[in-house]
Design a protein around this ligand. Structure first.
Ligand code: GLN
Length: 313
């Protein structure tokens, strides 16, 4: 199928909400201490269409930290400014098949065969953001996220400080990449920028608008503003399809068929190119770090809508 009515979207969201509202499987991330304190019951769902219709179910207002979903939009910034080749040459576009903060994934191929959606590749991607100073780079990153979300997003300062105090592993990743010549700005400052981008605060509607902007080829359907070009989106989409859910990316695309991206804050985004973006927030994660309920809800909604593009009907 290639088109759906608002009623069909709303019904699928409501059905998914009711079906999974009591699901309690999984656990909040706790390696970033304050994430363990987020209400695990939080459950919000949203679809935003490329013509700007917004459909929601559950808790649409409560915000979580964007975490790894940020990686999509920093990658978008870098490709938009420097073209797609830079990511292929300086970061990599291959799924690692390993956990998102794997050091072995760097070590196996001297930092070459990684991608922008696992921590090493994401930190390398952040190091490529245009600008000479921390503040210049940060304002480009944050401005890009705001443009994707169609509003000025806040930073969750508590999450930022909690992670900044405990992100020695990410610092080690940045230093190891640096040793292999695969970091393109100061590794410690870059890790701090990356940590801050992960602490940007979003609700499920923000995430769905961001996903819908990807679905709409880089033009925000709410503001009608072109945030990035469709060529940029065309180079993000395949990495979402192959590496959006860490070491469970194969299972995701096998079951759902849409490019997606998850974060340890509990959010998952996905989109159907040319049609709609979808987002679900639910903080309890599986062992790979993906929201249990968000995966199930999106799988259910995609099945109900018949929105798996690998099915040709
Ligand atoms: N900020 C988190 C980290 O670097 C993001 C990881 C994630 O969402 N998978 O560990």
């Amino acid at each position: 199928r290639r088109s759906w009515t608002e009623q069909e979207f709303q019904k699928a969201l409501n059905n998914a909400y009711n079906k999974f509202k009591d699901l309690k499987e999984g656990a909040n991330a706790d390696y970033i201490p304050v994430l363990a304190e987020v209400d695990p019951e939080l459950f919000g769902l949203a679809i935003v269409t490329v013509d700007g219709k917004i459909l929601t179910a559950g808790d649409v207002n409560t915000e979580v930290s964007i975490q790894s979903i940020s990686k999509v939009f920093t990658m978008a910034r870098v490709i938009e400014d420097f073209g797609p080749q830079i990511i292929q040459d300086k970061v990599g576009v291959d799924a690692t098949g390993m956990v998102f903060n794997s050091i072995i994934a760097i070590e196996m191929h001297k930092g070459q065969k990684i991608n922008s959606f696992v921590n090493p590749g994401a930190i390398a991607t952040t190091s490529l953001v245009r600008g000479n100073t921390y503040d210049e780079k940060w304002s480009l990153i944050k401005g890009t996220y705001d443009d994707f979300a169609a509003r000025t997003l806040d930073i969750n300062q508590v999450v930022y400080e909690s992670e900044a105090a405990t992100n020695q592993r990410n610092q080690a990743i940045a230093m190891l990449l640096n040793a292999y010549g695969r970091m393109y700005w100061d590794p410690i400052q870059t890790t701090d920028l990356y940590t801050k981008q992960c602490a940007v605060s979003v609700n499920v509607k923000d995430l769905a608008v961001m996903a819908a902007t990807l679905a709409n080829g880089g033009t925000n359907p709410i503001t009608s503003r072109t945030v990035v070009s469709y060529q940029t989106v065309a180079h993000i989409t395949p990495v979402m399809a192959t590496a959006g859910l860490y070491d469970d990316s194969g299972q995701w695309i096998y079951n759902i068929g849409l490019p997606g991206k998850s974060g340890v804050g509990g959010g998952i985004i996905a989109f159907f190119p040319g049609q709609f973006g979808i987002a679900v927030i639910s903080p309890r994660l599986d062992v790979a770090g993906n929201s249990v309920r968000a995966q199930q809800a999106i799988k259910y909604i995609v099945a109900e809508l018949g929105a798996n593009p690998f099915y040709t009907v």
